[in-house]
Every structure is written in C-alpha cells, then in structure tokens.
Design a protein around this ligand. Sequence first.
Ligand SMILES: Cc1cc2nc3c(=O)[nH]c(=O)nc-3n(C[C@H](O)[C@H](O)[C@H](O)COP(=O)(O)O)c2cc1C
Length: 199
Amino acid sequence: MTDYPLGAPLPAPLVSEEMQHRLAVRRSAPAQDLRTPGPDEAQIAAILKLGARSPDHAKMTPWRFVVLGPQSRANIAEQLAALVKTKNLSPKAAAVLAKLTAAPVSILVISTAAPGLKPVWEQQLSAGAVCMNLEHAASAFGFWSSWITDWYSYDAEAAALFGVTAGETIAGFIHIGSLNEPALERDRPDLAKLTTILP
Ligand SMILES: Cc1cc2nc3c(=O)[nH]c(=O)nc-3n(C[C@H](O)[C@H](O)[C@H](O)COP(=O)(O)O)c2cc1C
C-alpha cells in the first residue's frame, strides 16, 4: 500500500472489474463458523488503516477500536454467560456467544459520538462506514468477516466488559477469519421499489 504525503494528489479511481465483482459477491460470513487462518499482526494493522479511511464529517474521528484476540473474547464470554444467568436472559442470549468467540480476531468498533461540531447521527454514520470498510479491507486480504452486535452491545454492564465507557456505543464487532464452506447467496432487495430516479 502506498502512503501519500499530506496534500499530494491522489490517483483517480481506476476501472476495476475485480473490485466490481468483489462488491457484487459480498456476503457476511456466519460468525460462529469463522475459523483460522485469520489476519496476522501486520494484516490487522493494514485492515485498521483501511477501515479508518472512511468519510468523517469535520474530521471528528468519532470512533475507536478494540482489537480482540481469542483469549480476551473467551474470558469476556465467560463473564457474559454469567450475566445471562444473573439477568435471567433467554437461552438464545447464551447461544449467540458462539458468534463472539469463534473468529481468530475481532475488531470492536466503538462510536464515541457526542454533541459537537456535527450532528451525533452523522458521527454514528461515520462509525458504520468504518465497519463496512473494515469488512471490505478484510476481504481484500482474503478473509471472510461478519458484523455482529447482539444483546451485549446494548447492555451497559456487558459492554463495559469490552472497555466501553458511559456515552459510548458499540457500532459492531467485525469478526474476521476463514470459512470451511463458502457463504451462500441470499435474496436481495428489489431496487426498483427502493429507488427513485429523477432527471
Ligand atoms: C449494524 C449491524 C448489526 C448486526 N448485528 C448482527 C447480529 O447481532 N447478529 C447477526 O447474526 N448478524 C448481525 N448483523 C449481520 C446481518 O445480519 C447480515 O448483514 C445479514 O445477515 C445480511 O447478510 P449479508 O451481509 O451477507 O448481506 C448485523 C449487521 C449490521 C449492519
């Protein structure tokens, strides 16, 4: 990857059939099926760098990352399983923890949006854009990925186990790894119903 000095002209977008194809076949992996190999340290750093290259109105960088290896997620999943019991949550709440622990690596994207220069909504959208770009970057390094939130993203006590502090919101866990079997095509929306074209 080439780094350009500040203010340098960037290359114009090139026609890339490979990129068109990649976007056309993009699919989420079933998170619980993700396995090794996952990205190594240098690849994770590159994926973060590409993910962070996302639109961000007024350069507020209203997000931050926590990179979670298998050990930290296994420890936290144990504590989440205990919370499922103390909070009397459904068996499904325990079952979905399999999506948290399977992948070789997970990047937690935390929205730090707060009233400021630009609307909170725009800052949250920027965190969403980061999540999507992380997925594209993972794909560019040959990995499948899955964007997961689940209940523990919305329970303050649970989210705190990942280092999420008051006022912060989890935009998503981007779980990254490999699949034994490829993901299957799913139905796609009828764009004609969703699109208005004006002259
Ligand atoms: C903000 C967000 C949160 C998501 N949370 C979950 C989740 O908690 N559990 C899950 O199984 N999938 C979750 N997903 C993944 C979607 O369910 C997935 O994108 C969907 O299955 C569509 O498949 P596709 O991405 O292959 O088109 C989430 C996606 C987004 C954008």
